[in-house]
Write a protein that binds this ligand. Sequence first.
Ligand code: C5P
Length: 240
Amino acid sequence: MNQRPIIALDFSSWQEVETFMQRFPEDEKLFVKIGMELFYQEGPVIVRWLKDAGHDVFLDLKLHDIPNTVEKAMQGLAKLGVDLTCVHAAGGVRMMEAAMRGLNAGTPEGKKRPLLLAITQLTSTSEEEMHQDQLIEVPLEESVIHYANCAKKAGLDGVVSSALEVQAIKQQAGDNFVCLTPGIRPEGTVAGDQTRIVTPAQAKEIGSTFIVVGRPITQAQDPYQAYQTIKAEWSQSNEY
Ligand code: C5P
């Protein structure tokens, strides 16, 4: 659906972001992801700076707290004008409903409410770790689908999952349910701490709505070139 891969700006300072953005043409409008690392250092002003420069922003703070706290936090985030944000599905249906209420209440009049997604299982979590650390005994895919159903029940727009689970999620939640998938690695790049990974082309074929790519772009010798290659692979029609 979205032609641009979302670039994870996993940097810890504004300076690093600026240096990175200088590698891109000024008129290239990007879809970027700001996570906790950057947000906790630089705060809301960096979100406004990126929005003012014409970029779309996914504010990835993965909220997980009591419903009232999440509702109030989301109310504030909506005022920043971000395009996408997320909570942990593990916070429960009531918490997710509260998050949506907060976003609706905080979105300025005439503006579009940010899309709200739920994190299912992190793409760095292996099935074994899920069993051991979370004491969830069902297979990982079942846990992901369960969380997706909870998110749908709470009225969220979609989920964040590995691309490997997209088909099963869409079967349950419908084709319009947004599936945003990190854990993307082009052929020949390093997996790092990610365990459930696919290539951009595979993500496209499987039906991801958005892909998030971090290190394969941010750590590349030529980030713009890496971005272009991934974008081309992601946005091409499914011909194979
Ligand atoms: O560098 P890499 O491409 O692995 O970055 C993936 C990004 O997606 C990171 O910012 C990470 O926090 C985020 N993410 C993830 N798995 C999730 C949700 C978000 O890897 N389930």
